[in-house]
Ligand binder design. Structure first.
Ligand SMILES: [Zn+2]
Length: 954
């Protein structure tokens, strides 16, 4: 699955910290597999195959049973030990009849009463008249249900056709625990069986599923029965089917098709997805040396979709906007996002589908690998985009944020309830696990790593795996004759990274005797004396002034235990005034801190030497590490701020992206400072040379990275008030409003709209809202919804938030868009945050009901509160925020873990303000040339004709 919201941080009770050098020392938790609270199936029976028959009337617009469905499932099963009952999962279904026969075809049960239904544990228990002996049985269940509206299970979605009519479709989203809503089943990831599927649907519609169609026959004058080939042995959560009147494009030789609403298909919006799908699967098969196992692979864009995408085997479903790319109207960033999301879901066809995790505790075996593969496969498919280089700034540096909290969790975490399972789809499962796997890829060497992955996929195909299986496969590859640098046990390495929460910072210091001392400790955003001591098996390497080769990422050695010493050798020498950089290309999952002298030498090289002598991924690392080490009190802000001043010379994208993250934090925190203008001046000095060099318009010769870099530069230039930037973006938006044109470079549309709306008047705001409201293009809607939140007018923001609660349908929001309106507002500075807090306090009940309408996770408020916590900066906001959270918790909208995480994040910010405000203000006073910038105070746009225009539009 592709995560929707990056702001969810989950906390589990199953945490443990220790120093696992030897496996025998490990306690049971967090790798427990024994049920503790009753949500697990007894698994004393197991499925051999399913035959499902479903009837939907979704085509029948206006009929009273349009959204009802009827089902029958026949489960061939094996009783593994003598039992009295057969226990299965179900959710929100009405069971009407059960029939149980034994292997000799003797009917044991055939009625409408020999079963019980437990709504808490979601168990359907079939009661046998006498003990069932070990052997094979056949169970048939008749039931009916309703297509859901929360984008989970078997659910309904709609789109507007070319004639403006609403068309309904029926579709599915089963991960993690919603297959049980379409048919009673063994709904656990470690349980597999082949599935036969027959769908009865209106004959103006068609049906697709994981497998090719076997037959299509009329059932009566208006209905058709579509039967699919049997799937291979498969987990229930990977089943998918869609009944719609969508159109499609196909690459027949490569057995791939892409489905979407007919308008998008005829616009050519899905052509890139088809091309990328073909390239990406070839890239994965080549990298893994394992073939894709189903006979076809389809993709489909669904208008209402809770996550970003879902890897159903042979039928990958996406939120429509994630799959669309049109070279004439989409920004370049969308091309990258689409390539990445396809590579992620296709990566799952191997990691998650071919080999599944034995239980959700090991979700990282799915999501970590899909995150790693998204960068590897998209990069192989589109090398010019340089996507692989983004793995540090997007995944690793993002994981560093979440995993630096005390309330984080280990990669292996045991949970049982459906809510706790959905909470596992977090930064740890995705970005941390993907980055830890990337660390192994480089530490073992790509050749050994790939060999190990092939052993893993070959040995465990069509089976359920644990991290032990992966470790054993990698161990086998490591043990083959090769240059694996040190004799360490792969299991020990795994346990050190997957069973401990958090990650290390490596302290590097050099004494007068030229000896380098290494020391590791857990990195915490808020260092605590009570923190449990932990160490990791840490692979390290380094480049120096005399040996500035950053290309090999194999370890020089592994740090085992807390400290180690390095002496210069004749072959690898350094002098006392040479810079050294550890963790080449930031492949290791740890931060690096240096002593004062080393930071000074590095900073000097960046400022006065050839900054490009340090690899650009390490320049990004130095920016991210120094700013975050300063944030957590490990390093003086004077060191970090001085270091980043070298960016006046920087032209590479990844360092700018890294700085963008760091500056966003400082900008948020310093917005209330008396010296905020000095900070803006400081930022302007950093961006100005490159801003002028890249300019405000795209050039035909621009690379993907140039376009992304220009966006960052324009955004900061406008945000700190560059008159040149504001005048140009304002006038571009004014032109759009005045002439009703769409004539903005798609790569700049987002910055032009956002910055143009910052100070725009009510009429301009309403014009953009109306444009969003009328747009049928989902990616355009994403952009406009986010841009509207950029307004700094509290009245307009409040009005905007109110539209997210519209129940008349006039606002035309899709389920997932309501919460997006809310986050667009709270992410945009003090005005946005405070307006959103007030709005949440006043409307919590409605927000919970409506925002969760588009998300089967049901945690819309929890995730918004975590996002808001990161933006609370002072005591006054903190007190108000805490009072709000307490109320939300009392009303049941926040759970204790969400409350704890929000408190930790917001508390850290307030503490930061107390500690660092003065320090940074003094540094800015001493180091920034005050008043050099022509800061714009661009007046609100006066567009006299707009009022008339709006009246005509609304
Ligand atoms: Zn995924």
């Amino acid at each position: 699955m592709w995560k929707t919201v990056i702001l969810i941080l989950s906390v589990t009770s199953a945490v443990w910290s220790g120093v696992p050098l030897l496996r025998e020392k490990l306690p049971l938790s967090p790798r427990q597999e024994v049920p503790v609270s009753g949500y697990r199936l007894p698994n004393n029976t197991s499925p051999l195959r399913y035959d499902i028959e479903l009837t939907t009337h979704v085509h029948d617009h206006g009929s009273p049973n349009q959204f009802d469905f009827e089902g029958k499932v026949k489960i061939s099963l094996r009783v593994l030990e003598e039992v009295q009952n057969i226990t299965l999962h179900y959710r929100q279904l009405t069971v009407t009849h059960v029939k149980l026969t034994d292997a000799a075809n003797t009917v044991l049960v055939n009625d409408d009463s020999s079963f019980t239904m437990d709504t808490t544990y979601e168990f359907l228990v079939i009661l046998a008249p006498s003990v069932l002996r070990v052997g094979d049985y056949s169970l048939e269940i008749d039931y009916h249900g309703v297509l859901r509206t929360d984008n989970g299970g078997f659910y309904r979605s709609s789109y507007t056709d070319a004639n403006g009519n609403t068309r309904w479709i029926a579709t599915t989203q089963f991960e993690s625990t919603d297959a049980r809503h379409a048919f009673p089943c063994y709904d656990e990831p470690g349980t597999r069986a082949p599935i036969g599927l027959k769908l009865t649907h209106g004959n103006t519609y068609h049906a697709i599923s994981n497998m090719p169609i076997k037959s299509q026959n009329p059932w009566n004058a208006t209905y058709t029965v579509t039967q699919f080939e049997d799937t291979l042995s498969m987990q229930t959560y990977l089943l998918a089917f869609v009944v719609s009147d969508f159109a499609f494009v196909s690459d027949t030789p490569n057995k791939q098709s892409v489905y979407a609403n007919p308008v998008s298909i005829s616009n050519g919006d899905l052509n890139f997805a088809l091309e990328a799908g073909v390239k990406v699967i070839a890239a994965l098969e080549d990298y893994l040396q394992v073939g894709y196992s189903f006979p076809k692979l389809d993709q489909i864009g669904i208008p209402d979709f809770a996550a970003g995408a879902m890897e159903n085997w042979g039928l990958v479903t996406y939120r429509e906007e994630a799959l669309i790319y049109n070279s004439t109207k989409s920004p370049m960033g969308q091309l990258k996002r689409t390539a990445l999301i396809i590579a992620h879901e296709y990566g799952h066809q191997f990691f998650g589908n071919l080999v599944s995790p034995k239980w959700w505790s090991y979700l990282w075996l799915n999501e970590g690998f899909a995150t790693l593969m998204q960068y590897i496969a998209a990069n192989k498919a589109y090398p010019d985009l340089r996507i692989q280089e983004m793995a540090t700034v997007e995944a690793l540096q993002n994981a560093f944020q979440s995993d630096a909290l005390e309330s984080t969790r280990p990669m292996n975490s045991y949970v049982e309830t459906p809510t706790a399972i959905s909470a596992l789809f977090d930064d740890i499962a995705y970005d941390k696990s993907g980055s830890v796997l990337r660390q192994f890829q480089h530490a073992f060497g790509d050749r050994v790593f790939r060999a190990g992955l092939k052993y893993y996929l070959d040995a465990m195909q069509f089976k359920a795996a644990t991290p032990d299986d992966l470790a054993a496969a990698l161990q086998k590859a490591v043990d083959e004759p090769n240059d694996f640098p040190v004799n360490l046990n792969v299991s020990d390495i795994f346990y050190s990274w997957a069973d401990q929460k958090g990650y290390p910072v490596l302290h590097v210091s050099r004494g007068a005797d030229n000896v380098i001392t290494l020391r590791q400790e857990r990195y915490l955003l808020k260092p605590s004396k009570d923190a449990v001591k932990a160490t990791w098996l840490l692979p390290y390497n380094f480049a120096t002034y005399q040996a500035p080769d950053f290309s090999s990422t194999l370890p020089y050695d592994w740090l085992v235990g807390e400290t180690a010493e390095l002496r210069p050798l004749p072959s690898l020498h350094w002098d006392n005034d040479d810079w050294v950089i550890f963790n080449k290309q930031q492949t290791g999952f740890y931060r690096v801190n240096y002593d004062d002298k080393l930071w000074e030498l590095i900073t000097n090289e960046l400022h006065h030497g050839e900054h490009s002598s340090i690899h650009h991924l390490n320049r990004a690392q130095l920016i991210d590490d120094s700013l975050n080490l300063a944030r957590s009190g490990h390093l003086g802000y004077d060191v970090a701020l001085k270091l980043i001043q070298y960016l006046t010379k920087e032209e590479e994208y990844v360092p700018w992206a890294s700085l963008n993250n760091g500056l966003s934090y400082l900008n948020r925190m310093l917005a209330g400072s008396a010296k905020y203008n000095l900070f803006k001046q400081f930022v302007w000095e950093l961006v100005e040379p490159s801003f002028h060099k890249f300019g405000l318009t795209s050039k035909p010769s621009d690379s993907h990275f140039s376009k992304l870099t220009r966006n960052i530069l324009i955004n900061w230039a406008c945000q700190v008030g560059s008159e040149e930037c504001l005048t140009q973006t304002n006038s571009q938006l004014a032109e759009v409003v005045a002439n009703k044109t769409e004539d903005i470079d798609p790569n700049l549309k987002s910055v032009v709209y956002c910055n143009g709306l910052r100070n725009a008047d009510r009429d301009t705001f309403l014009f953009v809202w109306d444009r969003m409201h009328r747009s049928q293009d989902p990616s355009d809607r994403v952009l406009l919804i986010s841009a509207l939140g950029c307004s700094q007018d509290p009245e307009l923001l409040e009005l905007y938030l109110e539209t997210s609660l519209d129940e008349t349908g006039d606002a035309s929001y899709r389920g997932q868009e309501r919460s997006r309106v809310f986050s667009a507002v709270y992410v945009n500075g003090k005005v946005g945050l405070e307006t959103a807090m007030k709005f949440l306090a006043e409307n919590a009940d409605t927000i919970d009901r409506l925002y969760n309408g588009g998300s089967f996770g049901g945690r819309a408020i929890g995730s918004a509160v975590t996002g808001m916590a990161r933006r609370v900066v002072n005591k006054e906001q903190y007190d108000e925020f805490l009072a709000l959270n307490t109320k939300l918790e009392a009303a049941g909208y926040l759970n204790a873990n969400e409350l704890a995480t929000a408190k930790e994040l917001a508390g850290e910010n307030v503490q930061w303000t107390n500690t660092n405000f003065g320090v940074i203000e003094r540094w800015l006073e001493a180091n920034v040339k005050s008043g050099a910038m022509r800061v714009g105070t661009v007046s609100r746009m006066a567009i006299t004709s707009v009022a008339v225009l709006i009246a005509a539009l609304l």
